[in-house]
Design a protein. Structure first.
Length: 181
């Protein structure tokens, strides 16, 4: 049972994404934030369980990556469409993931196999993206916005996510070019 638990957790993350999307569209930001927090915890948990119990698998690494990309792309598109964050950060975040997905496709099409392991900067990027999504949702709940405005939390998180996103993209492109040839 433990062997497949990380894969089930990744599948849970995929299944939960439409709920977050629905809560966002219905402006139920407290539920959207809660479900996003559950997705973030499960993202950490599936990797931890796989490493701790030494049940890492190729399928698991693909499911984890797919769940991450599906969440980021779908939720940030919705957040952008709802005008909850500036367009530039949405474009940068989504472009990074599309570039990474495109490189996976190219790698597959040319018949190469590249081991893909998340780097520290990409893990930090994911963490801060989750923080930004949750903070964005919470800052749109009546009564909470004043705390986020006073602390400039969203602005700080946007800056941190921007830096982490660009650094992780540069890191990933560099790694990819070294290993594709």
């Amino acid at each position: 049972m433990i062997k497949n638990l990380p894969n089930f957790i990744s599948i849970y993350r995929l299944v939960t994404i439409p709920f977050v999307a629905w809560f966002l569209l219905e402006e139920l930001y407290n539920y959207a934030a809660l479900f996003t927090l559950l997705i973030a915890v499960s993202d950490f948990l599936d990797g931890f369980i796989a490493r701790y119990f030494k049940v890492q698998s190729e399928l698991g690494s693909y499911l984890d990556a797919i769940a991450d990309k599906a969440f980021v792309i779908s939720i940030f598109i919705l957040i952008g469409n709802l005008k909850l964050l500036p367009v530039f950060i949405i474009i940068i975040i989504i472009s990074r993931d599309i570039i990474i997905l495109g490189s996976f496709a190219v790698t597959f099409l040319v018949g190469k196999k590249i081991e893909v392991k998340p780097t520290k900067i990409s893990k930090l990027n994911t963490f801060f993206q989750f923080c930004l999504v949750i903070a964005t949702m919470l800052s749109n709940i009546n009564g909470y916005e004043k705390y986020f405005t006073a602390l400039m939390l969203n602005e700080v998180l946007i800056t941190v996510v921007l830096i982490c996103t660009l650094l992780s993209l540069i890191n990933y492109i560099s790694y990819w070019f070294k290993n594709i040839n």
